[in-house]
Design a protein around this ligand. Structure first.
Ligand code: DGJ
Length: 366
């Protein structure tokens, strides 16, 4: 009898544990991170908007089976069907509430840019104080990543739903501010010149809003070889027609941009699909450059593979000037839905260069 009641007690304890919502007591880089409903946060390749005291985390919804489309077999680009962009909210950066789907995929129309067969990656949202609109930019692509376009969506509220505006190759018909005649010489290997009329290739991207409210899109262009820094129009809905090339032939993607002490900083990765590689960092006095590379900012175990992850965003902590969180994705290329998040404090060393140290238990609470 005694044994039976002990057994019942253990069973009841286990059941209570299983049913209890996972408390978001802290955050461990690379561990499953649950929202306030106890479900793993599904916001990959994401970015964060701080608006009226609330952080909004937007990211790729990765769910369902991971597959390798025939068109990507040569380079091993695995996929899940695109489900759209999620949004979560938080006041303390640790406890996240699922606010639903900010931008939904369009499964009913296979010809739509947002059809699940296509790619919706690296969404970033900024707020335009003039128009009072929330503007989302993301990487929109075909299943084989050859369309290489920038997608735009807009909403009156931070949680959406965002209305899809369209996708395009930026800066059609416009030469970069810093291009020489040689840079524009038409020859078969010059992708900048090839794409001058139709618009430049745009894959991994981020947005950055400067202190004067001017916004910029950073995107990996020219077959991921060179980054473009492209000013946005006053309403943030299209390119303003002023852009510069940076990191020429350096093959940097996954850009994350922030400003500190009047200087612009970039963290990025190399181009190896979902596989990790050494991170890059760089600094500039002017957003259009010249940019000076500062090497891999990561320190500690697995620093040479960016702690098995890839950059996506650097978040300035609200109300704490000089404090930043470097956000990375730890991709699981054979089960993309189980990709994890690695968030670490970003600091500056004695030379003023950004440094990201591996930390088991970072504290982000406000
Ligand atoms: C690397 C990019 O950074 C990701 O956003 C994604 O596009 C993968 N490549 C796809 O292989």
């Amino acid at each position: 009898m005694k044994r039976l009641s002990l057994f019942v007690l253990i069973l009841a304890g286990l059941a209570a544990l299983a049913l209890a919502p996972h408390a978001a007591a802290g955050f461990k880089p690379g561990a499953v991170w649950c929202d306030t409903d106890g479900r793993p946060i599904n916001a990959h390749g994401g970015g964060i908007l701080f608006h009226e005291g609330v952080y909004y985390w937007y990211g790729e919804i990765k769910e369902g089976r991971t597959y390798l489309p025939k068109v990507n077999q040569a380079w091993g680009g695995t996929r899940v069907l695109a489900a759209g962009v999620s949004v979560y909210s938080s006041r303390d950066l640790v406890t996240w509430k699922n606010e639903g789907v900010a931008l939904a995929a369009v499964p009913e129309n296979p010809d739509h840019d947002l059809s699940p067969e296509n790619v919706i990656e690296r969404p970033k949202v900024i707020y335009n104080a003039r128009t009072r609109k929330f503007v989302m930019w993301f990487h929109q692509d075909s299943p084989n990543y050859q369309a290489a376009r920038a997608g735009v969506a807009v909403s009156d509220t931070p949680t959406g739903p965002f209305a899809y505006v369209g996708a395009f190759r930026p800066n059609a018909g416009v030469a970069p501010l810093n291009a020489s005649a040689e840079d524009l010489a038409p020859n078969p290997s010059n992708l900048l010149a090839r794409d001058l009329a139709g618009g430049q290739m745009a894959r991994d991207m981020t947005l950055f809003v400067d202190e004067d409210g001017t916004a910029y899109q950073f995107y990996s262009s020219e077959a991921n070889k060179t980054m473009h820094i492209s000013q946005l129009s006053d309403d943030y809905l299209r390119p303003a027609g002023r852009y510069a090339r940076a990191f020429i032939d350096r093959s940097i993607e996954a850009p994350a941009v922030f400003k500190h002490g009047g200087k612009y900083y970039l963290i990025g990765s190399g181009c190896t699909g979902w596989d990790p590689n050494p991170a890059h960092s760089a600094v500039a006095d002017s957003i259009f450059g010249p940019w000076t590379e500062l090497g891999n900012p990561c320190r500690g175990e697995d620093a040479e593979i960016t702690f098995s992850s890839q950059s996506t965003f650097v978040l300035p902590v609200a109300g704490k000037p000089g404090q930043f969180i470097a956000m990375f994705d730890r991709w699981n290329k054979w089960d993309l839905a189980d990709s994890r998040y690695v968030w670490l404090p970003l600091e500056f060393d004695a030379e003023g260069h950004p440094v990201v140290r591996w930390t088991e238990n970072p504290e982000f609470a406000q």
